[in-house]
Design a protein around this ligand. Structure first.
Ligand code: A3D
Length: 316
């Protein structure tokens, strides 16, 4: 049987950690692809990780490359190619730059890994997922975005910090787009089966929701340059692993909605069942009135972003 191959597109901060985590979990062999100017860097990262694996006791072959054809046969493609927003750069500037990058990546992936399950990480997330699917023409089930796993992990981490309990026992969900309009569903958050609303006063819970919405910015400020990379990488790996091992985990992902939660014909953050078939199903539940209103606001923001992408001719 052929070994599973994972292609990481963009071998920067997130890309390097993706390769490391994938190798440590023995998800398969890893190819890190980046632009020619970064060929040495990604070759170095691949070799550095390969030299760590004997210590870890893990088997995986890694290589860094600037030849897109080296991704051929990848079962999973994780796209992190892009630039991060720098001070003074508007959201529109970022969208324009990364859309062009996504367009060139989509062409390469469509040509060389047409059967892959694709997880997009590049920001602005919801718009980039839309563009990538349109440009590749891949089935919607095989293209999704990583945001909800990370947003939910942040929400869970903050709840655990507040209560001084293990993160393992905190269960929660964040819906909607990746940005300040995301919707943490506190009503359903629980700790060891106990609703958090019974354990955390309402004003503290509101503050935790707000911190979750701004968690990306909090990290950017602390780092001074660049954005989060360990946690986004591990979040995308959870999605890749669920597909490769057909785990059918329920993970919040930017998945294509066809009427779920009243969202039609749009990628949005919803609870998705991820297995060998990619996004196999979206789980639905009845929202409370204020959650519904908040989700409608996030959907409006995502639609606006998608309109910008369309106006720019998908970057092609
Ligand atoms: P960074 O360390 O700059 O890495 C990006 C890499 O992409 C660099 O090595 C570039 O050389 C490479 N690249 C640029 N153009 C191409 C191309 N055409 N083909 C292949 N590679 C290319 O950034 P990072 O790893 O910190 O972040 C990557 C992306 O993830 C950015 O867009 C971030 O905004 C985004 N991000 C998303 C989240 C989400 O939760 C969705 C979180 C954190 C970061």
């Amino acid at each position: 049987m052929a070994r599973t191959k994972i292609a990481v597109i963009g071998g920067g901060q997130i890309g390097g950690n993706l390769a490391l985590y994938a190798a440590q979990r023995e998800l398969g062999d890893v190819v890190i692809y980046d632009v020619p100017a970064k060929e040495g860097t990604v070759a170095g990262k691949a070799l550095d990780i390969a030299e760590q694996l004997p210590v870890d006791g893990c088997d995986a072959a890694l290589r860094g490359t600037s030849r897109i054809e080296d991704i051929a046969g990848a079962a999973v493609v994780i796209v992190t190619a892009g630039v991060a927003r720098t001070p003074g750069m508007t959201r529109e500037d970022l969208l324009a730059i990364n859309l062009k990058i996504i367009a060139s990546v989509a062409e390469g992936v469509a040509a060389h890994a047409p059967g892959a399950f694709c997880i997009i990480v590049t920001n602005p997330l919801d718009a980039m997922v839309h563009a990538f699917q349109k440009l590749t023409g891949f089935p919607h089930a095989r293209v999704c975005g990583m945001a909800g796993v990370l947003d939910t992990a942040r929400f869970r981490a903050f709840i655990a910090m507040e209560l001084g309990v293990s993160v393992r026992d905190v269960s929660a969900l964040v819906l909607g787009g990746h940005g300040p309009t995301m919707v943490p569903i506190s009503r359903l958050a629980s700790v060891g089966g106990v609703p958090v609303a019974e354990l955390i006063p309402a004003d503290r819970l509101r503050a935790i929701e707000e911190r979750t919405r701004e968690a990306g910015t909090e990290i950017v400020k602390l780092y001074g340059s660049g954005s989060a990379y360990y946690s986004p990488a591990m979040s995308a790996i959870a999605m890749a692993e669920s597909c490769i091992r057909d785990q059918k985990r329920v993970l919040p992902a930017a998945a294509y909605c066809r009427g779920e939660y009243g969202i039609d014909g749009l990628y949005a953050g919803v609870p998705a069942v991820i297995g060998a078939g990619g996004v196999e199903r979206i789980l639905q539940f009845a929202l409370a009135a204020e959650e519904e209103a908040a989700l409608a606001a996030t959907v409006r923001a995502v639609r606006q972003s998608v309109r910008e992408v369309e106006q720019r001719g998908l970057g092609a």
